[in-house]
Design a binder for this molecule. Structure first.
Ligand code: HEM
Length: 312
């Protein structure tokens, strides 16, 4: 929306905000105390608080959160870009949390719990893909108004996104290195690069259950991306021979495919929206732009679960 000058409501006075990320003091309530409060209030919400905050603001650092959107231009669309970028970052965190815990549950042989987490991970990924409904309202000329002020800032520098890609098995030592100069981020990034992915741990689980997973899939250089393997496809084929809801391994396979499917749609929507906004210009992150984004739309995290379909 070029040539429209934004007016900023500035709803929070930043000087009054506690910028610490340490847990803030707040109360604890119980069923009894909530019942008592509701009867005292005659059923209406509480509006009297002491001190200079309330439990809602304290619990999720809401005032601090709302002061973290600081535009660098007078471009109207930049405000939407910043908020949606931050929303997506939080959703990447939520997605990573589910994948990290699903891997942990698999390691504990807790398959139903892992499947529930993968179901939520798929829902979050669909939600992330929907963010392009909003972002694609940014016009080419609107984006140009603030693009220069982004410097080299690009989503490819999102360490949270890189954690998602790594736990899903798309490893890259080169892309990890972009974070090696950030002392409070690098150790965990390095650990993620060098650790087995969710799928690597699922193959180990299948081996524990007696399936013939090749030894070179159970112990390998985890910094390398996973490569499709015929013997692994044969294992999935055996599992899919019993394609019933009561077969938890079949349900696991389908939940992985659903997640991969949603992720492909996210990548595709990114590619299409970016084509619409910057055409064939190079990215701010140093890549060829849409050429790079098009190339990543080809990726699948669980390749045998896709190749399998041809012979089912
Ligand atoms: C709306 C304007 C946007 C444009 C024009 C755009 C453009 C691009 C381009 C060209 C790339 C390739 C790397 C490079 O920068 O050279 C890229 C990568 C990426 N962008 Fe965006 N982007 C936009 C918004 C966003 C937002 C809001 C996010 C969310 C945080 C995001 C997340 C990413 C991620 C995670 C990558 C890395 C993809 C990968 O390596 O697989 N983008 N983007």
């Amino acid at each position: 929306m070029a040539r429209v000058t934004p007016v900023f409501p500035n709803l929070v006075e930043p000087d009054g905000v506690d910028c610490s990320n340490k847990r803030r003091p707040m109360s604890v309530t119980t069923d009894d105390s909530r019942l008592q409060k509701a009867s005292q209030n005659d059923g209406k919400p509480t509006v009297e608080f002491t001190g200079n905050s309330n439990d809602y603001v304290a619990y999720q650092f809401i005032d601090l959160l709302h002061t973290l959107q600081i535009p660098r231009s007078n471009g109207y669309d930049e405000s939407c870009f910043i908020v949606m970028g931050q929303v997506k970052e939080l959703l990447f965190q939520a997605l990573h949390f589910e994948l990290f815990n699903a891997r942990h549950q698999i390691d504990q042989d807790q398959l139903p719990e892992a499947i529930r987490m993968l179901t939520r991970a798929r829902a979050i990924t669909e939600y992330i893909a929907k963010s392009w409904d909003v972002l694609s309202t940014i016009t080419a000329d609107g984006f140009n108004e603030y693009r220069d002020t982004l410097g080299q800032a690009s989503g490819q520098l999102s360490f949270m996104y890189r954690h998602v890609e790594f736990i899903l098995g798309n490893k890259s030592e080169r892309l990890a290195r972009a974070h090696s100069n950030i002392p409070h981020v690098w150790p965990k990034m390095k650990e993620a690069l060098e650790s087995p992915s969710l799928y690597d741990r699922i193959l180990a689980y299948l081996a524990r259950k007696g399936y013939a997973i090749p030894a070179d899939r159970l112990q390998r250089d985890w910094t390398q991306p996973y490569e499709a393997n015929d013997a692994v496809e044969a294992v999935w084929r055996a599992i899919y021979a019993d394609a019933k809801t009561e077969n938890p391994l079949f349900e696991l396979g389908e939940s992985l495919v659903s997640l991969d499917d949603a992720y492909s749609q996210y990548r595709w929507r990114h590619f299409v929206s970016v084509s619409r906004i910057i055409g064939h210009k190079p990215g701010t992150g140093g890549s060829a732009g849409v050429g790079w984004l098009r190339q990543v739309t080809e990726l699948h995290f669980f390749p045998e679960l896709w190749s399998l379909r041809t012979t089912l």
